[in-house]
Each structure stands twice: as C-alpha cells, then as structure tokens.
Design a protein around this ligand. Structure first.
Ligand code: WTA
Length: 630
C-alpha cells in the first residue's frame, strides 16, 4: 500500500517514485474505481509540451468521490456546512445525501441543455449548491469553470467568453460577514457580453428579489423539482477535461488552466491522504473558497475521494469577531485545519482571548498555503493554535500543479519553520540559475523548476497551447518553470522565496501586475501606470501603483478613490491598489521598457541603492519618484 508512516518510508517511497515513476503511480492508481484500467501509465514530452497519464483509462471522478463510499459509509458526513452567521445551525450532509443532490443537480443541468464536453460557469457563494454544481458537472462530463464570487462582471465575462460556456449557475446573492452581495446583478451585467450563454440557473438564497430574464434565466428550485435523483455517471477518458480554472498571468489576460480527470483524481487524493496523514473518521477543514484551486483540490476532490468529512465554511475569519475560525474548530471538533498565512497574520493581531475561549484540543495537523509563511506567523500558529502539539504542513503548490508538490508529511517529515521542506513522492524539483543551468548540491538558490511530470499537472491553457509552452516550458527548455524562486538548504530542504515574475500575491491571491495596470488605465484621467508589489504585514504583499495622469490631479485623494473603484469594477476588490503615487514619468530604458526593479525598491521604501540608472531615458524622473514615495 502507498502509506507512509515514518521518515524511512518517505525516503523509500520517494526513491521508488523517481526510479520507477510509472510503477509508483500505477500502484497508487489501483486504489480507485475505474470503468476500464489504463493501457499505459505515462507518455510525455516537455518540449511540445505534452503530458498524458493513465492512457486509455476510463472513469468518472464522482464515482470515486461518491458512489464508492455508499457501500460502507453512506451515513458518514461528507460535508459539514458552516454558515456565515454563527447563530444559524450547521448542516451535516452525508455521502448518501450528497450523492442524491449531485445526481439531481446533474439531471437539472442536462435538462437545461448541458452535454458532455460543454463548459459551465459556476459563480456561487460557499453554499452546498456550489459543491453540488461542481460535482454535477463532473458527473455528466461537463467542464466546470468556477469563478470566485468576488470577481467583477468584466472578469466573469472574459472567463465565460474564453471558455465558451453555454450555461451559468449563480445565486441571487451571497452573505459575506455583515454584508450581502447581489451576485445575480453582476451576472446579468456579465452575460450581456457573452453570446455563448443560453441559460442562467439561479439559486434563490438571500431573496434579493433579483429579476429573471425570461427565456434565459430559471430558478434552481423550480428546475430541480422536475428531475429524478437517478443519474448514471458519464464514462470519461482519463485525459478528458475535468475543469478549467483561471489564474493570473504576466500579461493582462488570465490563463484558463486545464485539468483532466484521471491524473488529477489520483494526485489530489494521494497528496491529501499523504501530506495530512488523514485517518478515517477525522474532520478536516480547509478555509479556502472553492473559487480557487485550493478549494477544488482540497475541499472537494481530494477529501471526498478519500471519504473524508470536509468542512465548507461560508463566512469570513473576522466576522462577527476574530474568534470565528477557532469557534468553528471547537464546534465541529476539527482535526486537520488548513488555512493561509494572511489569515494567520490578521488573526494574530487580535487579543489571544479570541483563541483561548475555545477548545482546540481536537487539532492534530495545521496546514498553510498560498504564499511563503513567515517565521513569526509559523511560530504563532504552532504555539497558540497547535499548542505545540500539531504538525505544521506548509504546502507549496500552484493552480497549475493541481496538488501539493513540496510539503512536509505530517508527523513524518522533521519540520523547519517557514520551509515547505521536501518534495512529495513523484515530484522532481530542479533549481536553476539565471544562466539556465541546473545548480546541483545543497545550499543553493535559484529558480524552481520541475523536471518530470506528475499526474496532477495542468495539461494546457484552454485554447492557447502556445502560451502554455511559452509560459511554463520555454524559460528552461525541457523543464516546467514554476515562476517561483527558492533556496535549498544544507539538508536539501526547500524554502520558497516568492515569485520571480510579474505576479504578486496579495492575501494569498495571485494578481498579474499587467492586469491591474490596464484596469487603472481605464480611468479617463490616467495615461499610463506601472504596478509593483511591496511587503505588507498582513497581506504578505500589497499593490503599489505609479500613475501618470493627463494633467496634475486637483484632488489626489478623490482620484485615488476613483481609481480604486475602477479597479474594483474591472477586476474585483481584491486587486485594488493600496498605494497610488502620481508621477510625471516612469523610469524607462531607451527601448521603452519600464525598469520595475527601481519601482519595487521605491515601493519597498528602500531608495538608498537603486542600482545602475544610467541606462534610463530620463534619470531625473527617479528623483521625483523617490521624493514623492508614499
Ligand atoms: C505561492 C495556490 C510559498 C507561490 C495553491 C505559487 C506559496 C503561487 C505557497 C501559486 C507556499 C503557494 N509557500 N509560496 N506554501 N503556496 N505559494 O496558483 O508563489 O493560487 O507559485 O495556487 O502561490 O498560487 P495559486
């Protein structure tokens, strides 16, 4: 069996996984329900790039997440749904109930014209219907494209058009702390620009009184009442598309990462069980939103395929007070808790009473994801939440990788604060220098690449394979380039140092600077913008925009507010610049390229050594920028 219990097991499995990757993954894959086993485990070529796993295998991922648990565990809780409002009751949805809801939802989608291979956009808050809709798509072979319910109408429309979705599933609104958000209104605005959309299915939830557009919109409750709970799963090829999920890129356009059925299932399940050392009967809680990859892989597919009880939390960490996470852990006796450094840092600011009020003794494993966890946050988490008794697993991975890549195995891998530690079995990292050569040995630093395929990796960018190649396989030919920098210390342990491209990670969300720049430029008074990230105590990084206007702004504060609103409208509130400095010019080279290195230094507040500025077209602009730094 593929179970790791000791560090020697890990070393042994790791060795086997790199010497005989096909045998290793074939052993893991035998633990699933396949309609037909694969003919060949792997075919790959990172130059094309082309990667296929479990070739010829036939399956449906929902048979692995649902049907197979019904024999022995039909009454086990699959999802504990904890509502936004702590005074309302949680819901315990058993595997049997989840199975029925998913089948009904699948039949409803079919009745609305969704067929195998169609793309369905899901724009829902963290309510059970979101899980039903995602799994329902998988059940019938439709490709889900979940869009985080904080994105703007324009961002949704771009994603719907890129994927050519024919159906949208949304709700009349969402609760978020003490606020409500009218999602339907945002969808109405988006769908106006989406000719491919023929149907919008609306879950009535907050009763916002959202009007339906006749012929296009239907109520979830009306349509679900008309269908049966019997929905045989569609037989899928291992390499058929399971979902598309958008992530920010270095250019303005988000990339639709494509994940396929077989490899993704095997990988999310294996990494979930292994890293967290999940034991049958444990309660697991990942605080991410299903709109991000963390929610896809580690709220839904990984835990459900492992028969786990997974908590789905609708609310926010800070409402009604900063004790909310700890209250939920106490309430549901959570054993494994998985969150983001930004959440830890913000909760760390609150008085400890908010933690001490609750009984956290059920906890065994604490996870972290989304950005490098700083040592201070690591220690606070360890001491105050884990009471020094829990394994801390800092999981490094990406939307593109589908699942964990470098992470400790709970209670197996010796920990080092702020280190993602060692690669999981099957993962072969290589550290590259700027000259493009692999640096061998330990105590080295460079760019992180992966030199061998793993089952969970994205196969392409939807509709743009060339961009997939250019972005990930061209910087270091023959290797997958992660976009991250890293250190490998004397013990071979990895510490991720952050992005080395034009992506910044704000509160754990990836944002492309180019995308924010073009959003700021939409303001009628703005001529040009350069955006960089700078260190922020709670968010990890924050957004700093240098903005050139057509004329000197009369009321800078007012204009800053308008620019933030513009970015919010075009991308979503997560991308709003924290600091906006008005400048008369940007430091450009003679070839017109902005020297971001200088802007980053200014944003970081470190202007003592800006390096060589002699190649700039107009070095004087640097003095002005330095003088006006915020
Ligand atoms: C960063 C989230 C350091 C990294 C799963 C990566 C991390 C990007 C960690 C992917 C971690 C994620 N330590 N950095 N444990 N986890 N990152 O696609 O820069 O939203 O490339 O996937 O987040 O973000 P994404």
């Amino acid at each position: 069996m593929n179970v790791i219990r000791t560090f020697e097991d890990y070393q042994h499995h790791y060795q086997k996984s790199i010497e005989h990757p096909e045998n290793f993954w074939s052993d893991v894959a035998h633990g699933f329900t396949w309609r037909k086993k694969w003919d060949k485990v792997l075919e790959w070529d990172f130059n094309k790039p082309s990667v296929k796993w479990f070739i010829g295998g036939k399956l449906n991922i929902t048979e692995n997440c649902l049907d197979r648990h019904l024999t022995n565990h039909a009454n086990r809780t699959a999802i504990i749904w904890e509502p936004n409002n702590p005074d309302e009751d949680a819901r315990h949805i058993t595997y049997q109930q989840l199975f029925e809801e998913v089948c009904k939802t699948a039949n409803m989608l079919k009745a609305q014209g969704v067929k195998k291979g169609d793309r369905v956009c899901i724009y829902l808050p963290m309510i059970p219907e979101l899980a039903y809709a995602v799994l329902a798509c998988a059940r019938i072979g439709a490709v889900h494209s979940v869009v985080f319910a904080g994105f703007s109408a324009k961002s949704i429309a771009d994603r719907i058009n890129d994927a050519g979705c024919n159906v949208v599933v949304t709700s009349d609104g969402a609760y978020r702390g003490d606020k409500t958000i009218n999602l339907k209104k945002i969808i109405d605005e988006a769908v106006q620009h989406c000719p491919s959309v023929s149907k919008v299915i609306v879950k009535e939830y907050i009763k916002s009184g959202a009007p339906l557009t006749p012929g296009r919109d239907v109520w979830w409750h009306d349509e679900i009442a008309k269908v049966s709970a019997d929905c045989p799963a569609e037989e899928m090829d291992a390499e058929d598309l399971l979902f598309i999920l958008y992530t920010s890129g270095s250019t303005g356009k988000p990339k639709g990462m494509v994940h396929t059925c077989g490899g993704y299932m095997v990988y999310t399940n294996y990494t979930f069980r292994t890293t967290f050392q999940y034991q049958e009967g444990q309660v697991y809680w990942c605080t991410a939103d299903i709109g991000w990859v963390t929610g896809h892989s580690y709220i839904l597919y990984g835990p459900l395929s492992a028969g786990a009880t997974t908590v789905m939390f609708e609310g926010v960490p800070s409402w009604p007070n900063p004790g909310r996470f700890w209250q939920v852990i106490d309430r549901h006796k959570v054993n494994i808790f998985y969150t983001a450094p930004t959440a830890i840092r913000s909760l760390q600011q609150a008085p400890l009473e908010f933690v001490e009020k609750y009984d956290l003794s059920s906890l065994r494993v604490l996870g972290s994801v989304g950005e490098p966890i700083n040592e201070e946050a690591w220690h606070w988490y360890d001491k105050n939440i884990g009471k020094g008794q829990c394994a801390i697993v800092d999981t490094w991975w990406q939307t593109e990788t589908g699942g964990f890549m470098i992470a400790p195995i709970a209670r197996v891998t010796p920990l080092k604060p702020a280190y993602a530690t060692l690669p999981l079995p099957g993962v072969q990292p290589a550290v590259m220098n700027e000259g493009g050569l692999e640096v061998n040995g330990n105590n080295v630093e460079g760019r992180l690449t992966i030199k061998f395929p793993w089952p969970g990796m994205a196969r392409t960018i939807y509709g743009d394979h060339q961009r997939f190649k250019d972005t990930y396989f061209s910087t270091f030919p023959g290797k997958y380039f992660t976009g991250d920098g890293c250190k490998r210390d004397e013990d071979g342990y990895y510490r991720i140092t952050g992005r080395v491209d034009d992506i910044i990670i704000v509160s754990g969300h990836n944002l492309g600077t180019a995308e924010i720049e073009s959003a700021v430029d939409e303001h009628p008074l703005v001529t040009e913008t350069a955006v960089v990230g700078y260190p922020h105590d709670i968010k990890g990084q924050a957004v700093y925009a240098f903005v050139i206007c057509y004329e000197k702004p009369k009321d800078e504060e007012k204009l800053r507010g308008e620019i933030r609103d513009t970015v919010s409208r075009i991308i979503g509130p997560i991308a709003k610049p924290d600091k906006i400095q008005f400048v008369s010019g940007l430091p450009k080279t003679r070839s017109g390229k902005i020297m971001r290195r200088i802007l980053r230094k200014v944003a970081e507040g470190d202007v003592s050594n800006l390096g060589d500025t002699t190649t700039l077209l107009d070095p004087a602009v640097v003095d002005e920028i330095k003088a006006g730094a915020l």
